[in-house]
Design a protein around this ligand. Structure first.
Ligand SMILES: [Zn+2]
Length: 377
C-alpha cells in the first residue's frame, strides 16, 4: 500500500510537471486549463457605438432626421428616462447578465475609454487588429478582398492539436475569409450571401439554404443577421467548435443607411441572440461552465446627427470602441473603471480565455496583452 501510494504520488508529480494534468480550478491568471477543455464564443456587432451600449437609445437621433420612420413607436420601445433603464431596455442580456457576471470595457465616464490602435477607423483594419493583436496602418488600409498577410489568433490556435479543425468563423460580411486568410489558416469560414455547403447538411441547414435563396439582398456584400445567427447556432450544435467567431453586420449597414430605428432594432435582436446562445451553451455538456463569451465591435462612429452614420479616419470619435466578456473564472467586476483597453488586446484575450495565452504570446510577439484584470490579476 505504502509503496503504491509513493509510486502514484511520483506519477502524479511527473504528470503535473509535464503538464499532462492541471489543477481542477482555473488559475488566477486564466492560463491553466481545467481538466475539461475551455472554449470561447466571440461575437461582434459591426460599428455599434459605445454611446448606445452604455446609454441606450440616443434621444436626438430618435427623429426623422436620423431616418426613424415611426418616432413615437421607437420612443415607446427604447426611450426611458435614465441611461441605466435605456441600456437595459435596448440590451437586456448584456446589462442584466454580462454586466452582473462579467466585465464591460469602454465607458469614457469611468475613465475607461476603449480605443482602436489603427487610424483608419473602418472594418478590415479593425478586424485585422482585433484578430492579429496589432494595427498595421501601412499594410492594411482598405476593405478590399486581399488575403491578410498577418496571422490571426484563430490561425495560430488551429495549429494546436487540441484546437485543430475546431475553429470557426461565421459572419454576415463577405470579406472575413480574406481577413482571416481562410486558404492559409484552414479554419472553417462561412460568410456573406452564399449557400451553406457540405455533404452532411442538417435539415435546418437545408431550410436555411432555401431561406438564403428566397431572401431579399439588402446589401450585396453583407447577409442579414438572422440567417447568420441561425447558421452559427446550427454549426455550433453540429460541429462543437472550441472557438466560434460570429460576425454580425446589420448595425453598421443600417447606420450607413441612416436608419436609426433599424440600427437600434438590429442591436436589440443581437442582444436577444446572445441571450439564446448563452442559454444554449449552458445546456450542452461540451460547453456548460467551460465556455467564455466575448463581445466587441470593430470601430465606432460619429457622434452628431450628421455623422453618426459614418466612420473612418476623418470621423471624430470613431476610434472609440467597447468590449464585454464573461465566463468561468472571470471576476464579476461589471463596468470597468480606470483602464485603457485597445481593440488590439482582443487577440491575446481570446487566447487567454481558452488557456493558450503563453503559446500565443510566443508565436505572436507583436500582439498586445490580454485585457487586464479579467481573472483578478
Ligand atoms: Zn465595420
Amino acid at each position: 500500500m505504502k509503496s503504491n501510494r509513493i509510486l502514484s504520488g511520483l506519477i502524479l508529480s511527473l504528470l503535473s510537471l509535464t503538464g499532462w494534468i492541471t489543477p481542477a480550478s482555473v488559475a488566477q491568471d486564466g492560463q491553466t486549463t481545467q481538466r475539461r477543455d475551455r472554449n470561447v464564443v466571440y461575437v461582434t456587432l459591426d460599428g455599434f457605438r459605445w454611446q448606445e451600449l452604455f446609454g441606450g437609445a440616443h434621444e436626438p437621433f430618435i427623429a426623422k432626421d436620423a431616418g426613424v420612420a415611426n418616432v413615437a413607436a421607437v420612443k415607446e420601445k427604447f426611450w426611458r428616462d435614465s441611461a441605466e433603464e435605456r441600456r437595459e431596455t435596448l440590451l437586456p442580456f448584456i446589462w442584466k447578465t454580462v454586466a452582473k457576471q462579467g466585465q464591460i470595457f469602454g465607458d469614457p465616464t469611468k475613465n475607461a475609454a476603449a480605443k482602436l490602435e489603427n487610424t483608419h477607423k473602418f472594418s478590415y483594419p479593425g478586424y485585422s487588429e482585433m484578430f492579429c493583436g496589432f494595427a498595421d496602418d501601412e499594410g492594411i488600409k482598405s476593405n478590399n478582398k486581399i488575403p491578410n498577410q498577418h496571422v490571426s489568433v484563430l490561425e495560430l490556435l488551429n495549429q494546436r492539436p487540441s484546437f485543430k479543425d475546431r475553429i470557426a468563423a461565421i459572419a454576415s460580411w463577405d470579406v472575413f475569409p480574406f481577413i482571416l486568410n481562410q486558404p492559409r489558416s484552414g479554419i472553417y469560414c462561412y460568410a456573406g450571401i452564399t449557400p451553406i455547403v457540405g455533404d452532411d447538411l442538417t435539415d435546418r441547414e437545408r431550410l436555411l439554404n432555401d431561406l438564403i435563396a428566397d431572401t431579399v439582398v439588402l446589401w450585396p456584400d453583407c447577409q442579414i443577421d438572422s440567417l447568420i445567427m441561425q447558421a452559427s447556432r446550427e454549426y455550433l450544435m453540429k460541429r462543437k467548435p472550441r472557438v466560434l467567431f460570429i460576425g454580425l453586420g446589420e448595425t453598421d449597414e443600417w447606420a450607413h443607411g441612416r436608419r436609426y430605428d433599424r440600427y437600434l432594432h438590429a442591436a436589440h435582436r443581437a442582444d436577444a441572440f446572445l441571450a439564446g446562445l448563452w442559454n444554449l451553451l449552458q445546456s450542452l455538456p461540451d460547453y456548460k461552465d467551460t465556455t467564455s463569451l466575448l463581445i466587441a465591435c470593430d470601430h465606432g462612429r460619429g457622434s452628431t446627427i450628421r455623422d453618426w452614420t459614418d466612420h473612418g479616419a476623418k470621423v471624430e470619435g470613431a476610434e472609440f470602441v467597447w468590449m464585454a466578456t464573461m465566463g468561468p473564472g472571470i471576476k464579476p467586476l461589471g463596468v470597468r473603471s480606470d483602464v485603457s483597453p485597445t481593440l488590439s488586446q482582443i487577440a491575446s484575450t481570446i487566447a487567454q480565455l481558452v488557456g493558450e495565452h503563453d503559446h500565443f504570446a510566443i508565436n505572436s510577439p507583436k500582439s498586445a496583452k490580454p485585457l487586464i484584470g479579467l481573472y483578478g490579476e
